[in-house]
Write a protein that binds this ligand. Structure first.
Ligand code: ZN
Length: 149
């Protein structure tokens, strides 16, 4: 329970002013916990709007898109960020596929691998829609792998 700093009356939680004397009360805005995987603020709005399409290319065209994006917009940090995220996801997919192939006789590994590939596929789609919205967030799960920061 909070009390008015002016008259001491009991205050409703989240009230904008004291119901007794009308003293305006400071509004407490809960600060959203900063997301360490969200790098959107590191890029300029111009960079994001100009290079959105380039950043999408790897997700649309695969490795060909990576090559085009790298050749065309090497100076864009935004494109570079998304190319790296795309490569991260691709490396994970390749490793999972390899493990599933080599350990196919275990049955468990290929079954887990199939689920992992499905998750990675969903992560790719999420990443693509993030670019559409002009965001730069590291992909879930995949960002835990330290390589290609
Ligand atoms: Zn008051």
């Amino acid at each position: 329970m909070k009390f008015c700093p002016n008259c001491g009356a009991k205050l409703e939680e989240g009230a904008a002013a004291c119901p007794s004397c009308g003293e305006p009360l400071p509004v407490v805005i809960p600060v959203a916990a900063a997301d360490p995987t969200d790098h959107t603020a590191e890029f300029t709005p111009e960079d994001i709007s100009e290079n959105k399409v380039m950043a999408m290319l790897p997700y649309l065209l695969g490795i060909v898109g990576v090559i085009i994006a790298m050749l065309a917009h090497t100076e864009s940090k935004y494109t570079g960020f998304h190319v790296r995220q795309y490569l991260k996801i691709s490396v994970c997919q390749a490793l999972v596929s390899l493990a599933s192939t080599v350990l196919c006789w275990t049955l468990i590994v290929p079954a887990a691998g199939a689920i992992a590939l499905l998750i990675l596929f969903v992560i790719r789609i999420v990443c693509f829609f993030q670019i559409c919205r002009g965001r730069a967030k590291e992909p879930a799960i995949v960002h835990r792998f330290g390589f290609l920061k």
